[in-house]
Design a protein around this ligand. Structure first.
Ligand SMILES: [Zn+2]
Length: 174
């Protein structure tokens, strides 16, 4: 179950908890059970096994999810894995790499931005209002980028806003 969840780019903590991708989740409420007992979200009630998790997460059929997991983890199937499914697995791996690289860079800029906002609030300088307005958002995004980079990356609005922060940081003192 954990491997399937991680395959989707989510990162359960040591207790097997992570943010639920099936509802807007701010505090980890999705529990991953060991020994093949599947997953369950305490907030929205989503639950199931690795196949239904991947199917719902990627919005594909259970059969497609099963074949994709089989291809990803080299689990032999009676039906041969098609070329298309192999390509899908490669595409997922590529997307994850791309997301991870983006999230790393975004995280660095967001942390610098958080520092600048904290200074602004403490010093009550010309960026004071921006500090009050954006500090909570910056902290939330830093947390999300670490715990749930895939979901942040899927949110085009968030990606766009984070993109503007890079420039904001670079021009802060100008
Ligand atoms: Zn949920």
């Amino acid at each position: 179950m954990r491997q399937a969840v991680e395959y989707c780019g989510l990162k359960p903590d040591r207790r097997g908890l992570c943010l639920c991708p099936f509802h807007p989740d701010r505090h980890p409420s999705l529990k991953i059970y060991p020994d093949g007992k599947g997953f369950y979200c305490f907030t929205c009630g989503a639950g199931g096994d690795p196949i239904t998790f991947v199917a719902r997460y990627r919005e594909i059929s259970n059969a497609a999810a099963a074949r994709e997991l089989a291809a990803a983890f080299s689990i032999p199937l009676q039906t041969p894995v098609s070329y298309r499914e192999k390509r899908e697995v490669e595409r997922t791996a590529r997307r994850r790499k791309e997301t991870a690289a983006w999230a790393k860079r975004a995280g660095i800029y967001m942390k610098v931005y958080r520092g600048l906002l904290c200074d602004a609030i403490r010093e009550r300088n010309e960026h004071f209002e921006e500090g009050l307005k954006n500090l909570t958002w910056a902290e939330y995004m830093i947390e999300q980028l670490e715990e749930n980079p895939e979901q942040v990356y899927k949110d085009r609005k968030a990606v766009k806003k984070i993109g503007t922060i890079e420039e904001r940081v670079n021009h802060w003192y100008l």
